[in-house]
Design a protein around this ligand. Structure first.
Ligand code: KMH
Ligand code: ZN
Length: 274
């Protein structure tokens, strides 16, 4: 089986220090968390950034500052900025980090309820605009899938030449409003993507490590990190993203799957370091 790529979603846009005091806001904290994840075995840093007070931002200059500081500390990391940002941001705001021409960026392929009154809006025209921009800038999209129809949308865009093959998907399971974190639904998603594609699995909350184990044994890749889950186990907060990555590495070892280095991850994903 292909080596396992571990992505660390170190920050997110929604979780706060009130949930877990280790959530990073400042550049220094973001670097601390990226380094802990890379040292533990991650290859990809899925990156959201914040103002120093924790407010989520998609500011190009804040991303530039954080990316360059992460690169200094972890020169091999694959840095994958979010173009999802936070609920309610405009397309223009959300797209700013792609102007920095990262190797990868996220491409959210549909609208989803996020619980309560929160709706994460991605109209078809938005998805087309974002896909075209990434194609023009030679950025590999990670196709974010919160529900099965989002795969179908990505496949339609692929047919129109807006997303290149081989495609890379992130199955996010367990968001309130999205597909559930069950083996049945994960299998359904896995069976719905074209041969030759790669996929990562992000289980939300307590499903993080159950879904990670399922991904490890079925040839998928794994995302862990504070964006999706802040606990090591019920009632025990993780002290760092590195702790969560280390648990994914232990699972992989126990299940007989080797973990990819960043160079191996680039090879698997067909990336050329920029
Ligand atoms: N924070 C969510 C609204 C992404 O990174 O592309 C969107 C999100 C997905 O996290
Ligand atoms: Zn994200």
């Amino acid at each position: 089986m292909e080596k396992l790529i571990i992505t660390a979603a170190i920050c997110g846009a929604e979780v706060t220090k009130e949930h877990n005091p280790a959530i990073p806001y400042t550049v220094e904290e973001i670097v601390r968390e990226a380094r802990s994840a890379m040292d533990a075995g991650a290859s990809i840093i899925h990156l959201h950034v914040r103002e120093d007070d924790g407010t989520p931002t998609q500011s190009k200059s804040r991303f530039k500052e954080c990316i360059s500081a992460i690169r200094n500390a972890c020169p091999h990391a694959i840095i994958q900025p979010s173009t999802g940002g936070a609920v309610g941001m405009s397309n223009e705001e959300r797209l700013q980090p792609v102007e920095l021409q990262p190797e990868m960026a996220t491409l959210d392929c549909g609208t989803v309820n996020f619980g309560g009154d929160e709706i994460f809006v991605n109209s078809e025209n938005t998805i087309i605009e974002f896909a075209q921009k990434m194609l023009d800038l030679n950025i590999k999209p990670e196709i974010e899938v919160f529900d099965k129809g989002m795969i179908d949308t990505a496949l339609r865009l692929h047919k129109k030449g807006l997303i290149a093959a081989p495609m890379h998907f992130n199955f996010v399971l367990g968001v309130n409003g999205g597909i559930s974190a069950t083996l049945r639904d994960l299998t359904f998603l896995q069976g719905s993507i074209p041969a030759g594609s790669t996929f990562t699995v992000s289980g939300i909350g307590r499903a993080q490590f159950q879904m990670a184990a399922a991904a490890i044994i079925t040839g998928g890749h794994v995302r862990v990190g504070f964006e999706d889950n802040i606990y090591m186990q019920k009632g025990v907060l993780a002290s760092s993203n590195g702790e969560l990555v280390a648990k994914a590495v232990r699972l992989a070892r126990e299940l007989g799957r080797n973990v990819a280095s960043p160079a191996q991850a680039r090879e698997i994903l067909g990336l050329t370091a920029k």
